[in-house]
Design a protein around this ligand. Structure first.
Ligand SMILES: [Zn+2]
Ligand SMILES: [Zn+2]
Ligand SMILES: [Zn+2]
Length: 533
């Protein structure tokens, strides 16, 4: 049995999904037909709230194959289909890769980055620039092999705990990857910790050496707004990150010593003198001479190592699993680690207990109040699942984005609490689903769908205009057309309102247990909506 509640779909776009989701959708329908299921119920909303919702939903929706990226390139903004953008990034960032598996792994990392970071330059009117600030993208360098890597992994993303993972990568980690926490604390993640990389070592990590010219280097530092001794005589490495990379340097000369972050030093020298000077933070420095290994920041996927893994027969899944441990590859969300919060009669499953915890208290309060009003006792074992992302919700329930919640048995699946709250819909959605739970625990087996949905809406909101038509089950059940669903639900609610006016709420509530009286069944059976098949 499935009870659902619908939301406006003004913001959501129809999505085509991979096979996994379709089969889930199909099984959801089977639930519904095999028992006494009911379907999307529309909630009327003020358009201003709809607009806020639209924003929130767009933020939460992953990209689709049909979506486009606004790329800033050569002074122009161009719209690129996502897979074209992915190919351009594999060409721009991974042109040296030889193994198909490494190209495929990079394509998934590049796509995940695009989905997660989309709109990085939204203030400037586009999504991404084509430099390493975002991802280097080079349309002219796309080869058939690169195009194939994008196509073979089309729509696949890297997931962690139900959300798209943050997927940095660099050229060559030199034998040990860096912890994201060391460079970008806000991007720290369990799958971005420092680890040994035997693969790039086996492939022969880059070894480089560079001696700083004191005059040019001091000038570069000054142009970058950094302080430097007038006469640069010595550079000392005084602090390292946990992976052993340089964190802080002390520049000395002319009797003074100045601290500078290794990252700022690297950026200033790279921009002003060239990127073939200091190539990574993995170095020793003596006097003014740097000796280092690797190239790039070293966080996440190491391209040299990935290429070696591919050459040794590993798949792109192996490569992604090695460089982003604990993540999962898929077209839809993967790997939610639930935490259980226990209440008196409701259990809340969440990935963010701090944030979603108050939903449990709210649901308890609502359940008690609704049970008192209807006289229906709360069944044991109610579970509410608050999904971390819209995509995770849709993947688990097979529902379109305009459906806010979904109940099967005693389990309520909720869209992310933050989204429902942003739309001002959280309480109403919870009430709707809890009313279904209370009702279904007593409902007569032949209670019609329109009556169940109409009564829930009446009890939840009341005051619908009265009406006499009852919607067809098929109109309530379908999930293809949000407008039709809203119309059908409004009709069901109006039909129940008419019954409440004629017979009184107490009598109508009693019919949940006894079934509808013959006079009501006959009247609704003669309605045009049910007749037209
Ligand atoms: Zn419903
Ligand atoms: Zn950028
Ligand atoms: Zn490496």
């Amino acid at each position: 049995m499935a009870q659902r509640e619908a939301m406006r779909d003004s913001a959501t776009r129809p999505r085509t999904r991979a096979g996994g989701r379709r089969s889930r959708a199909a099984s959801g329908q089977a639930d519904c037909q095999s028992a006494t299921g009911c379907q999307p119920a529309p909630h009327k909303t003020a358009s201003i709230i709809g607009a806020v919702w639209a924003f929130a939903v767009l933020l939460a929706l992953p990209l689709l194959a049909s979506d486009t990226i606004k790329l800033r390139s050569g002074g122009k903004t161009i719209d690129l289909p996502i897979e074209r953008y992915v190919a351009a990034v594999v060409a721009g960032e991974g042109g040296v890769l030889k193994s198909p598996a490494a190209r495929q792994a990079l394509a998934i990392a590049a796509r995940s980055y695009a989905v997660r970071m989309r709109g990085r330059h939204s203030a400037d009117g586009y999504d991404f620039c084509d430099t390493t600030h975002c991802q280097r993208a080079d349309l002219a360098a796309i080869t058939p092999a690169i195009e194939a890597a994008a196509a073979q992994t089309a729509r696949q993303l890297l997931w962690y705990n139900g959300s798209v993972a943050y997927t940095p990568y660099s050229r060559d980690c030199g034998g040990r990857t860096e912890d994201a926490a060391a460079l970008w604390p806000e991007q720290a993640a369990p799958y971005l910790r420092s680890q040994l990389d035997p693969y790039c070592v086996r492939a022969g990590s880059l070894k480089w050496q560079w001696t700083a010219d004191p005059v040019k280097t001091a000038a570069a530092l000054l142009r970058a707004g950094l302080r430097t001794p007038a006469r640069l005589e010595n550079i000392a490495l005084t602090e390292r990150t946990p992976s052993g990379r340089a964190r802080t340097l002390v520049l000395s000369g002319s009797g003074e010593s100045l601290r500078v972050s290794a990252g700022s030093f690297h950026a200033a020298v790279g921009r002003e003198i060239g990127w073939n000077t200091v190539q990574s933070e993995r170095y020793e420095v003596r006097g003014l001479t740097f000796q280092g290994t690797g190239s790039g920041h070293g966080i996440g996927l190491c391209q040299r190592g990935a290429d070696q893994m591919g050459a040794e027969g590993h798949s792109y899944r192996d490569i992604l699993g090695f460089y982003y441990p604990g993540t999962a590859v898929g077209a839809t969300s993967r790997g939610i680690s639930w935490q259980r919060l226990g209440g008196d009669s409701i259990t809340l499953m969440t990935t963010q207990p701090d944030r979603d915890g108050e939903v449990l208290a709210l649901a308890q309060t609502l359940l008690t109040a609704l049970s008192r009003r209807t006289g229906w006792p709360a069944p044991p074992g109610i579970e509410i699942r608050a999904y971390p992302t819209l995509d995770a919700f849709r993947d688990a329930t097979g529902e379109p984005g305009w459906v806010a919640a979904h109940t099967d048995g005693r389990r309520v699946h909720l869209q992310p609490v933050s989204l429902l709250r942003a739309r001002g819909a959280l309480e109403s959605v919870l009430r709707h689903e809890l009313l279904h739970l209370l009702m279904e625990a007593q409902a007569a087996p032949n209670l019609p769908l329109w009556f169940r949905e109409g009564l829930v809406e009446q009890l939840n909101r009341g005051n619908a205009a009265a009406g006499s038509d009852t919607p067809a089950d098929s109109a309530l059940r379908q999930t293809a057309d949000a407008k039709e669903a809203r119309r059908a639900y409004a009709q069901a609610s109006a039909a129940v309102q008419t019954l409440v006016q004629r017979y009184g709420e107490g009598t109508v509530l009693g019919w949940v247990r006894t079934g509808l009286p013959a006079e009501v069944t006959k009247a609704s059976a003669s309605q045009p909506a049910t007749k037209s098949k």
